[in-house]
Design a binder for this molecule. Structure first.
Ligand SMILES: Cc1ncc(COP(=O)(O)O)c(C=O)c1O
Length: 456
């Protein structure tokens, strides 16, 4: 007892975190002036201990579709705890898993009739890899360049960007990465009949909110069917009405063999993931009595996650957050495009529903190009991070750049975002972009940031 780390008001939580969890994370947040203490989070608003109000335009990377701490989801969880029901017994039929699976499969439609529950997106992707192998008796998995599928070893094997992979190999053998959007590349690989599945995000979120041609996914699905490869959609960010329909796959008119969901599924309050699949895939895994539990996970069907999932679906349906996402998304995209049109560093504002990206490009004018290139040489993310930092510090707007494309600012507020909040966002973004498009304060800020970053 005597050697335990002392806790209590005396020690700041962030210091304890640096001491006992991850000091570099604290250092990075300090550097970006984003290490604030959030006290209360409601809807799209985050209130800090020092009295600031931050508007959330990131949603924890598409977790908070129903808004932070939605009262209905909170109440459902309180009731679930209060009833002292079975939790983690493991040797029983979990109370609510069937009900949640039924509702998710009904919404997803097509051939999706069974669910496996997990506790994260990565764990869902891992399950999809195993289930695809079991069903097809093939080992290979195909994935798209610059995808983000999660950071466990199997999921990471499906990601091409070296930043995430470096130092963690060897990863899964027999994976192949093809350019997103290229049917030729898909056909070339898939013809070998070595691949159990093609796992792909319908819209690549971390690659820079990349939306494929309308026909790409439909043709990819047809190629998969022709060659006996399962067509699997990773809808961890795009699902749960983020882009308008329940699944982004619905927008593209495809019928996947499996869909991975996570993030927004439990209202942002309980870890959860789900793999929806066809009956025959499920039968291939749970193929006999002795194999009834051949793939499981301790926390996967836990009552809190299932209850939160059901309450979240209720909220998404009752508040019509799918249509809201389409309307708010069109409004926000139009306002942003109008406000940013005149700036040479803004290449495009794009997205579907409330999954959006603002893509920047290198300036042409020498007076901007010189500092831009100098800071890019220090770190490729420098420009985007200064935009993020200024939006946060000067305008109370929380965003981030995409994990695999530092020139794209991700815009993904909770689906309950209001017109006034979107107008505040547009005004803040315009001012920061205006600053970046003129020599001066924005770029001298970069000098300070670089100095602080490299001070040991
Ligand atoms: C598309 C996609 N798939 C999978 C994952 C992994 O999810 P998790 O972080 O819950 O493991 C993520 C995480 O950001 C994601 O964006």
């Amino acid at each position: 007892m005597g050697t335990a780390v002392e806790t209590g008001p005396r020690l700041d939580q962030s210091m304890l975190y640096a001491e006992c969890v991850n000091p570099q994370w604290v250092r990075l947040l300090d550097l970006l002036e984003m290490n604030v203490r959030y006290e209360r989070c409601l809807g799209a608003e985050l209130f800090t201990a020092d009295g600031r109000r931050i508007l959330d335009f990131l949603s924890g990377y598409c977790v908070h579709n129903v808004g932070h701490n939605h009262p209905e989801v909170v109440r459902a969880l309180q009731q679930e705890l209060a009833r002292c029901g079975p939790a983690m017994i493991q040797t029983h039929v979990a109370n609510l898993a069937g009900e949640l699976a039924e509702r998710l499969c009904a919404k997803a439609g097509g051939r999706l009739r069974k669910a496996f529950f997990a506790s994260s997106g990565s764990e869902g992707v891992e399950a999809a890899i195993k289930f695809a192998r079991a069903h097809t008796r093939r080992a290979g998995i195909l994935a798209a360049e610059h995808a983000f599928h999660g950071l466990t070893c199997g999921s990471l094997s499906l990601m091409s960007d070296e930043f995430w992979r470096e130092g963690f190999g060897p990863l899964l053998p027999e994976t192949a990465i093809i350019p997103f959007g290229s049917l030729d590349a898909l056909e070339r690989e898939i013809k070998s009949k070595k691949f159990a599945a093609f796992i792909v995000e319908p819209i690549q979120s971390e690659a820079g909110v990349r939306i494929p041609d309308q026909e790409y996914l439909r043709n990819a699905e047809a190629l998969c069917r022709r060659h006996g490869t399962l067509f699997v959609l990773d809808e961890v960010q795009t699902g749960m009405y983020r882009t308008g329909p329940f699944l982004a796959g619905h927008y593209f008119g495809v019928e996947p063999d499996m869909v991975v969901l996570a993030k927004a599924l439990s209202g942002g309050l309980v870890p959860v993931g789900a793999v929806l699949m066809s009956d025959d895939i499920c039968d291939s895994v749970y193929s006999s009595l002795p194999r009834a539990f051949v793939h499981t996970s301790t926390f996967s069907e836990n009552g809190l996650a299932m209850r939160a999932g059901l309450a979240t679906l209720d909220v998404l349906e009752r508040e019509q957050l799918g249509p809201c996402s389409i309307d708010a998304g069109s409004y926000l995209r139009e306002q942003l495009a109008n406000a940013l049109r005149e700036f040479e560093m803004v290449k495009e504002v794009r997205g579907l529903g409330l999954l959006m990206g603002i893509e920047f490009q290198a300036p042409k004018r020498t007076r901007l190009r010189i500092p831009y290139e100098a800071f890019g040489a220090i770190h490729r993310a420098m420009f985007g991070q200064i935009v993020v930092m200024r939006l946060f510090r000067d305008f109370g707007l929380l965003t981030q750049i995409c994990g695999n494309n530092f020139m794209v600012l991700k815009v993904a507020p909770p689906l309950v975002i209001t017109k006034g909040q979107m107008d505040d966002f547009v005004a803040g973004v315009r001012q920061v972009v205006e600053l970046a498009n003129s020599p001066g304060a924005f770029w001298s800020e970069a000098v300070g940031l670089a100095r602080r970053a490299f001070r040991s």
